[in-house]
Design a protein around this ligand. Structure first.
Ligand SMILES: C[S@@+](CC[C@H](N)C(=O)[O-])C[C@H]1O[C@@H](n2cnc3c(N)ncnc32)[C@H](O)[C@@H]1O
Length: 380
């Protein structure tokens, strides 16, 4: 291994902990280094993520450098001969054992966690084919709205492309795109994106509304909303307004909405393929605290849904407490809402259901749970 790559990876790994995630530390470290080639930068990223992905296999008694080299060897072995790893070994070592009380770790799930993640783009509506021709190395995910969902296999730094700067596409995981498609807002409606963060889903909702109608975008973190505004300007999205909301019973507006999306803060277990470091810092207590917050956010936001309006809940986690547990708690607290059967956008032949669990092995994206309700009587 290139000694410069190894030493940089060591520094990033040493600075990574519960409050300093690997991807953020990596960005900081790479930003501080000038003169690294694109290939070296990519190699440092791959080395850091391989270390955390294969951490369950490396011997902690060895030097960090040796552990890193061993992890990268395992990653190479897995990409060339995945069958050389036994299923039971993958299930036992890829994740901490306590998570089994929250998620069934199937062999397919464990295998998908050890593979390199897929990069997904979302083109402007109707522009998927054109964008794929321009960028090359793209594959469209399907027909209809999924024609704008592209899997990218190339090596370009997409943030530096003219198409990105012109707002022709967003980097957005396929499962996050499914959330917007389940919401299915139409032009002229009024929506509330209650945990809008930096606006990934808001931009999609606006595209689906043809930039017509209004979306309230709120979040507890004002700095995230500032980033949202920059992203929206690049994407030429204008039909939104922002406000800070901390999830409390005091709502940011008296407006009643056609639809509300609560894309709640969560444990991120569904992103463990992309963020392997998080496997080793999450605790069962974190999941329980998050589940309580998720119920609170849903119950408070629900008060602003118009009669006949929709409420959509999403988390990138398959953990029982954050999925079926939250749905059950909401049912007991908000009896005016009925489960709403919706189409699974990524499995168009599947029957309509009121909850959808997208698994990484099925969609080659993040694990995502989505639930939908209607305020009042369900549709027939
Ligand atoms: C899953 S992220 C949202 C991602 C965003 N919807 C997107 O698609 O880019 C969850 C968001 O919830 C916000 N959040 C956390 N606690 C909150 C609270 N008590 N009230 C409101 N928002 C909160 C976080 O700041 C974070 O931006």
């Amino acid at each position: 291994m290139n000694p410069c790559v190894l030493s940089l990876a060591e520094q990033v790994i040493c600075r990574t902990d519960r409050d300093h995630p690997a991807d953020a530390q990596l960005r900081l470290e790479l930003k501080a280094r000038h003169g690294l080639s694109r290939a070296e930068t990519a190699e440092v990223s791959r080395t850091v993520f391989s270390f955390f992905r294969w951490r369950g296999w490396v011997e902690e008694g060895r030097s960090l450098g040796d552990q890193i080299i061993h992890a990268v060897e395992l990653a190479d072995q897995f990409s060339q001969q995945p069958e050389s790893f036994s299923v039971s070994e993958l299930v036992a070592r890829a994740v901490p054992s306590w998570i089994q009380s929250e998620v069934e770790i199937t062999p397919e799930f464990a295998r998908s966690l050890q593979a390199e993640p897929q990069l997904w783009l979302r083109a402007r509506p109707g522009q998927g084919t054109f964008l794929a021709e321009r960028l090359r190395d793209c594959r469209s995910c399907g027909a209809g709205p999924l024609a704008d969902t592209l899997a990218y296999h190339g090596q370009e730094d997409l943030f530096r492309t003219g198409e990105f700067r012109a707002g022709d596409f967003e980097l957005q995981d396929v499962s996050s795109q499914a959330v917007g498609l389940v919401c299915a807002p139409v032009p002229g409606e009024t929506w509330w994106d209650a945990c809008a963060g930096e606006g990934g889903k808001l931009l999609h909702l606006s595209n689906l509304m043809g930039n017509k109608g209004l979306i309230w975008a709120t979040d507890r973190a004002e700095w995230r909303l500032r980033r949202l505004k920059r992203r929206a300007a690049r994407a030429k999205v204008f039909n939104y307004r922002t406000a800070v909301w901390d999830g409390g019973a005091k709502l940011p507006t008296k407006t009643r909405f056609d639809g509300i999306l609560v894309d709640a803060p969560c444990s991120g277990v569904g992103t463990w393929q992309r963020n392997p470091h998080a496997r080793w810092t999450l605790t069962p207590e974190d999941i329980h605290e998050l589940a309580e917050l998720q119920v609170r956010l849903l119950v408070h936001a629900a008060a602003a849904v118009k009669p006949g309006g929709r409420l959509v809940y999403s988390v990138c986690s398959p953990a029982r407490s954050e999925t079926v547990g939250v749905v059950e708690a909401f049912r007991t607290r908000c009896s005016a809402f009925a489960p709403l059967n919706v189409k699974n956008p990524l499995v168009p032949d599947a029957p309509r259901t009121d909850t959808i669990l997208l698994s990484p092995q099925q969609v080659r994206g993040n694990g995502m749970f989505i639930a939908a309700w209607v305020h009042g009587r369900p549709d027939a």
